[in-house]
Design a protein around this ligand. Structure first.
Ligand code: ADP
Ligand code: MG
Length: 336
């Protein structure tokens, strides 16, 4: 009925759907796809709706949500809620919006579980790394040490009862780049569901959230790309519904200095970009989790990363470690 639907390529992650065999109940649903740039990447919404007006209204509402979250969390706009928070006097509890509190709370949970490998207080070091990417000059050890004194997830205090946030040392900067896209994908999917469009997929480059499957299908087919980010045969295909998948790796964003390649993911223990060539795919229930855990497990490496994912209900992972020309794959016991 719906024929075959092409291939959608998103920065190394490909998803595709094929629809035959629709059931009478869902026969009238058509597939629609919408794209918009947000959070420095391209968001794609794929959904099934009875007609174009319903589809477009739903997608508009979902994109509006993503745009609002972007405005709230961006560190490129000094007036975003996140940046205003960073300027508040040290030690003062600051009341923040429910959503900012929610994402910070989820961030702190992953920080604690990963023993600080995921750390949204990494902001000062991320800013330094952006400069390093532009100039090709590594920060001096003393400069790095100074920046790192403002980093540490335990320096960020949350009060759930009053929904306040306290930054406890000077010069702190929060950076939600490791969790924001997953959070936005989850929220966008929830908006679509609220609009009566539960058969949807929201993709933000490496972060994908899926709801109910396409009509007549049991799952969405999500294909995860190769470590080098080149097109070609997908490394593996995941069959997912009501689930999320995130891939973190150094394929797209890195800086090379003195022959050494550094990832945009930073090890909070050293303040330096990761040098191991590792691609991590995390599968779970919500993209907020998979996004943050993909970043966390990239920092932790294969052994500790696998152990962390296996300690969590609903999380699974695939690690691809590249060594010279060879790739070695490691998986959690649980798989999808
Ligand atoms: P991508 O943006 O490619 O999807 P990630 O989800 O792994 O990749 O996020 C990387 C971003 O997260 C960085 O650009 C930076 O803003 C932030 N970040 C870097 N290192 C960490 C870390 N250890 N913990 C939390 N966030 C980090
Ligand atoms: Mg992430």
């Amino acid at each position: 009925m719906f024929g075959h639907f092409g291939v959608l390529t998103l920065l190394g992650v490909m998803t595709w759907l094929s629809g035959c065999c629709s059931t009478p109940l869902t026969q009238s649903l058509q597939r629609f796809e919408f794209k918009q740039p947000h959070m420095g990447t391209l968001f794609t919404i794929t959904l099934y709706a009875p007609d174009e007006v319903r589809a477009r209204n739903g997608a508009d509402a979902a994109f509006a949500k993503i745009a609002a979250l972007d405005r709230m969390m961006t560190d490129y706009d000094p007036e975003s809620e996140l940046m205003q928070l960073s300027r508040k006097p040290v030690g003062d509890p600051v009341t923040v919006s429910d959503e900012l509190f929610d994402i910070l709370q989820q961030s702190q949970r992953v920080a604690e579980l990963s023993d600080g490998a995921f750390d949204v207080t990494i902001g000062p070091v991320v800013r330094q790394w952006r400069r390093t990417r532009r100039t090709g000059i590594l920060p001096a050890p003393e400069a790095l040490a100074r920046l790192r004194s403002a980093v540490g997830w335990q320096k960020l205090k949350l009060d759930p009862r009053n929904k306040t946030v306290t930054l406890t040392v000077p010069e702190m900067q929060l950076d939600l780049g490791g969790i924001a896209k997953g959070y936005a994908a989850d929220q966008a999917l929830a908006v679509l569901k609220g609009q009566g469009l539960p058969r949807a997929l929201v993709a933000a480059s490496g972060d994908i959230a899926v709801g109910e499957p396409p009509p007549g299908k049991r799952n969405w087919r999500v294909a995860v790309g190769k470590l080098d980010g080149k097109d070609g045969q997908p490394a593996r295909i995941l069959f997912l519904n009501h689930a999320a998948v995130s891939t973190s790796g150094d394929a797209e964003q890195f800086v090379e200095i003195g022959g050494q390649r550094y990832s945009h993911i930073i090890d909070p223990r050293t303040g330096v970009g990761l040098t191991e060539r590792l691609q991590v795919t995390v599968i779970g229930r919500r993209a907020t989790d998979t996004d943050a855990f993909a970043t966390a497990t990239s920092v932790l490496g294969v052994e500790r990363g696998v152990a962390l994912l296996e300690s969590q209900p609903d999380l699974a992972g695939i690690f691809v470690r590249k060594n010279g020309g060879d790739s070695k794959i490691f998986r959690t016991k649980r798989s999808y």
